[in-house]
Design a protein around this ligand. Structure first.
Ligand code: B12
Ligand code: SF4
Length: 505
């Protein structure tokens, strides 16, 4: 039985927790008595506590992040109620700042802020020796990365076969974007590259093919980026998939040459644009050369096979809806594979808080701390943007409406999609769980009735999308409508009606 359990609630099963594996890898002599237990959002707190207590731990360490803060608070509360003798330690980005304001910190016996790699083991040693420290909040020690044991052997065979494997070639970020927690880092610290690549090679030899780099900026130090890309170029196969977070305005020719050698389906870049508005960029201390970013995105789209996801943030201080819309259209013109529209969040500890009063920023007091209104975007419009973001995932990013999307966006993507989004919500009253086939029908109605596009054109586009999704036969809403035709109508007339709808007549 382990005496120490390290647990967290992941956003989904596919996301394995790298942070806990670092802690476990650095437990030293305590490692044999340490077990990692991972949960997934949606599980009941009492059931999680039962799983934890079944291990009869003396210490439970909980990894707390924005996506699991509320659930983990419930776990900590139940744990301390049922088994008060268990020492509960919390750590992770969510409890690294504003600890005095959080119920989970009040419930826990100890809070380790920041890096936990070495400090968790130190605390456990003290606790097991009966020498518990007095203060509750412990500042995590920043380790010399050369001294940190790498955690990759702790990915088990199931992780290797079925989950995203998070890997880390560097920690920290030298930039200071005020909405981001990494703005608090002084710089970026690299792991020894050869040592890291040896670990990657071992994972690859065990069958791992899905790697996600958590480095804040993969292309910061080009010599290291090139070496990593070379590593993967030497191991290309049909299953390989590698994800990187990339800054958009830094793609020197040597890097482009390496990127261009990858076939389709291997590389995915998440590129933060966040805003094109230079006044807003200045306000939030984001240094970005827009012209260069634009040229690089264009290059990636036309000269490489990289799958490009670009992030935009709505609700930044100083940005109104019109400016956000212009930014969306500017990005759309560059045709990235996905645009990820996020609503600004006030993450605990981030410097963006300094703009709260001047820009009338009203944030949700509970996770995910999304902005509800600003002096330029009122609550009602922010709600509209949030629905826009959700529907954009369904229609714009899902890849299911490649043909119909062209009709939908037309020459004014933001305005047209916002109109669709408002209409769709009025019709359906929901942003989740809209059956795909119903969505096809609603798209048809919007494009024909609201936008006045010819039915034949719309049906053809939707039918093409439907077939591209692997479905056979006619679109179900057309089928349903033809079935619903009154029996008195002659088959000849029914056929004519049907042709009218399908555009084949
Ligand atoms: C992977 C990831 C995700 C995954 C989820 C992973 C999972 N396990 O489920 C996905 C893609 C789903 C995701 C989504 C989001 N994420 Co995210 N994500 C990350 C990312 C890139 C990597 C995390 C990681 O493995 N880091 C490497 C390890 C080594 O660091 P670490 O986890 O921080 O762990 C260290 C310490 O925190 C501490 N520690 C960790 N656990 C414990 C436990 C104990 C007991 C102790 C003592 C210490 C300790 O010690 C570790 C070693 O030093 C980070 C950025 C980053 N590079 O860290 C952002 C990050 C965690 N995400 C962040 C945010 C804001 C989000 C989103 C809200 C973004 C959005 N869409 O707007 C969403 C929320 C999703 C939701 N469902 O609500 C913020 C977190 C803010 C917060 N307070 O938690 C981060 C830090 C990014 C940032 N720079 O702002 N994310
Ligand atoms: S948004 Fe990206 S570049 Fe800016 S501080 Fe965060 S990680 Fe660094």
């Amino acid at each position: 039985m382990p005496s120490i359990v390290l647990a967290t609630i992941n956003a989904r099963y596919a996301h394995a927790a790298l942070g806990l594996r670092y802690l476990a890898a650095n437990m030293g002599e305590l490692q044999v008595g340490t077990e990692i237990v991972e949960f997934v959002l949606g599980m009941r707190a009492a059931d999680m506590v039962e799983v934890l207590l079944a291990r009869r731990p003396r210490i439970v360490g909980l990894g707390v992040y924005i996506w699991n803060a509320e659930e983990t608070t419930k776990v900590a509360a139940l744990l301390k109620r049922v088994a008060p003798e268990v020492v509960v330690v919390v750590g992770g980005p969510e409890v690294s700042y504003e600890t005095g304001e959080q119920r989970i910190c009040a419930l826990a016996d100890y809070v380790i802020t920041g890096w936990g790699d070495l400090s968790f083991a130190t605390l456990c040693r003290a606790a097991l020796a009966g020498a518990l420290p007095h203060g509750k909040v412990i500042t995590g020690e920043q380790p010399d990365l050369a001294q940190v044991a790498l955690p990759y052997d702790l990915y088990n065979d199931e992780d290797v076969a079925k989950r995203f494997l998070y890997v880390e070639a560097s920690r920290g970020c030298p930039f200071k974007c005020e909405f981001c927690l990494s703005a608090l880092d002084k710089t970026a610290w690299p792991f020894d590259l050869d040592r890291f690549l040896e670990e990657l090679a071992r994972l690859h030899a065990r069958g791992a093919r899905h790697f996600r780099f958590v480095d804040r900026t993969f292309n910061l130090k080009v010599s290291a980026s090139l070496k990593i890309l070379e590593f993967f170029l030497e191991r290309l196969d049909d299953r390989l998939f590698v994800h990187f977070e990339v800054i958009p305005d830094h793609l020197p020719d040597s890097l482009k040459a390496a990127i261009a050698r990858f076939p389709a389906g291997v590389l995915q870049f998440e590129v933060g644009i966040q805003t094109w508005n230079t006044d807003v960029q200045a306000l939030i201390s984001r240094k970005q050369d827009n012209a260069r970013a634009e040229a690089n995105l264009q290059w990636l789209r036309t000269h490489s096979n990289v799958l490009i996801h670009v992030d935009l943030i709505a609700g930044l201080p100083g940005e109104d809806l019109a400016s956000f819309g212009r930014g969306f259209d500017r990005l759309r013109a560059l045709a990235p594979h996905e645009i990820q529209v996020g609503i600004l969040k006030r993450l605990r500890g981030t410097p963006i808080a300094r703009h709260t009063e001047a820009f009338g920023m009203r944030y949700n007091p509970d996770p995910p701390y999304n902005v509800l209104a600003t002096d330029r975007i009122g609550f009602t419009d922010m709600q509209r943007v949030a629905r826009f973001a959700r529907y954009w995932e369904l229609v714009g990013n899902s890849g299911r409406f490649a043909c119909a999307r062209v009709l939908l966006l037309g020459a004014a993507p933001f305005d047209n999609f916002m109109r669709f989004s408002d209409w769709l919500f009025a019709q359906s009253g929901r942003t989740h769980e809209i059956a795909l086939e119903r969505l096809f029908g609603l798209m048809h109605d919007f494009l024909t009735v609201e936008r006045g596009l010819p039915s034949a054109v719309v049906v053809q586009a939707l039918q093409d999308d439907y077939e591209a999704s692997g479905a056979r036969g006619r679109l179900p809403f057309i089928e349903a409508r033809s079935r619903a035709s009154p029996p008195a109508v002659s088959s000849h007339r029914r056929l004519r009606q049907q042709r009218h709808v399908t555009g084949n007549g």
